[in-house]
Design a protein around this ligand. Structure first.
Ligand code: ADP
Ligand code: ASP
Ligand code: MG
Length: 450
């Protein structure tokens, strides 16, 4: 019988320094099935790279930021037992990073930005592989760009699932026979071999895609919390970890703002029926959340999520009443400007919709050009400083008393827009960003603490 394969992903805080990387290495070594290790950049590095990529900085300012990155990487390097095994490679990556950061066209060219953004993961994978080796594990560092084929939408590239499977069979499967392969999350390459990235938080997605490509039976997401919680534990101390979740619930939570999973992570898991585990790399003994196709228990209320920085656009035209194709024209303009629409409500003469942060929120949500173009066909108004709060659960449309319980809990708050999801797993509210934290707390109290 073929050995079951596990893909383990470690996030930024899990690979932030030598000591925490050692925890990760122990987790890898303790599971014989772990054949692929996907790593994020060390905590803080990607944010530094984003600031280099998107801000016009003076040469001194660039030196300062690059120095901050160097310090984080050198601290890890210097704790290695045999730093000279990898130091040349790390120096070369840092030189490449420095040159890219000073490239004249960096701020205007997304392809250069992605080259630069990939450096964090390329450095951490080098160091994590070295630490695994010094702990006795036959680990190699593998360039994810050999297998993670994407389109050329730099900064938010779309993976080519078919090509990833074929390339993984050819190039990755032979490597995992004798070694543990450490590779970069978040990073890919297009058909021309140019470096791309999958959007912020994309390493979870990489792990799930590689798990799918290798027919893995499990995918572990090791992070800084002991699983997926009833709500973001940063919003309320009363949040508690969930032992299990269904694919649909997890996908819904990720889409509606639970940062612990990149929104697309569940797609490959669902296609290939891969069980996904979420746990803490610092406290692996505390267990975590198993996400699987079917759960023993499917409660009406499972969790509450919040997605920040939403933009609500209302387009209005008296002509809409009879105008066929008006919505199509509006959405065509939105699509042309690469914005994605989330929640929608309509009335006789108006349509309101929210625009989400693109997964990689380094670009503006709605720009002047989009507004100008929309204004040629209708009246447009834009509201900002809004969040979306979502209750995730099961059979929310049909179970008696579900919505009344939710509405009663938050009757004191002003709800700008209310949407039942097109599936049975969510009920969302657009609310002011000032009130969203309290709304989550009140809902959590009613739904999970009483
Ligand atoms: P990593 O760097 O490991 O990918 P992230 O910061 O991307 O980690 O995701 C982990 C964080 O997600 C947690 O620290 C937590 O604050 C946040 N989070 C938001 N919603 C949830 C939730 N429902 N359950 C657990 N964590 C959540
Ligand atoms: N390093 C990337 C980020 O910070 C990807 C990831 O960590 O998942 O967004
Ligand atoms: Mg993350």
């Amino acid at each position: 019988m073929q050995q079951a394969i596990n893909v383990a992903k470690f996030g930024g805080t899990s690979v932030a320094n030598y000591d925490v990387i050692k925890n990760c290495a122990s987790i890898v070594i303790n599971n014989q099935n772990t054949k692929v290790v996907v790593v994020s950049a060390a905590a803080g590095i990607t944010n530094h790279l984003v600031s280099l990529a998107n801000t016009a900085l003076t040469s001194e300012q660039i030196t300062e930021v690059v120095e901050k990155i160097r310090i984080i990487e050198f601290k890890i390097l210097n704790e290695l037992k045999q730093p000279n095994e990898v130091d040349d490679k790390l120096f070369a990556l840092l030189d490449e990073l420095d040159a890219l950061a000073r490239h004249e066209e960096l701020n205007f060219r997304d392809d250069l930005k992605d080259d630069l953004m990939s450096m964090g993961e390329r450095m951490s994978s080098l160091l994590v592989a070295a630490i695994l080796r010094e702990m006795g594990c036959a680990a190699i560092n593998f360039d994810a760009r050999k297998v993670m084929r994407t389109d050329s939408t730099f900064t938010e590239a779309v993976p080519n699932v078919r090509a990833i499977r074929d390339l993984s069979e050819q190039l990755l499967a032979p490597e995992i026979k004798d070694s543990v392969v450490v590779t970069q999350g978040f990073v890919g390459a297009d058909d021309d071999g140019r470096t791309t990235t999958l959007g912020r938080g994309g390493s979870d997605f990489t792990a799930a895609l590689l798990a799918e490509a290798l027919n893995a039976s499990t995918c572990e997401i090791w992070t800084d919390v002991i699983g997926v919680y009833t709500t973001d534990p940063r919003i309320t101390d009363n949040a508690r970890p969930l032992p299990e979740l269904s694919f649909e619930e997890a996908a819904e939570m990720a889409t509606f703002g639970a940062k612990v999973l990149h929104p697309a992570t569940m797609e490959p898991a669902l296609r290939q029926n891969i069980n996904v585990f979420v746990g803490s790399s610092k406290e692996p003994e505390k267990g975590g959340t198993w996400i699987r196709r079917n759960c023993d228990y499917e409660p009406s209320f499972r969790a509450i999520t919040r997605r920040r920085e939403q933009v609500l656009v209302t387009v209005k035209t008296p002509k809409m009443m009879y105008a066929q194709g008006f919505l199509e024209r509006v959405f065509k303009i939105i699509a042309k400007h690469k914005l994605s629409v989330d929640l929608v409500t309509t009335s006789e003469i108006a349509v309101s919709f929210t625009l989400d942060n693109p997964a990689n929120s380094i670009s503006e949500r709605i720009n002047k050009e989009t507004l100008t173009e929309l204004s040629t066909i209708c009246e447009v108004s834009v509201e900002r400083h809004l969040d979306v709060v979502t209750v995730v659960g099961n059979n929310m449309h049909s179970a008696a008393g579900v919505s009344s319980k939710v509405f009663a809990a938050i009757s004191d708050f002003n709800l700008r827009m209310i949407c039942f999801g097109a599936n049975v797993h969510n009920l969302s509210f657009v609310v002011s960003e000032k009130a969203s934290g309290d709304i989550v707390k009140v809902l959590h109290k009613t739904l999970f603490e009483e």
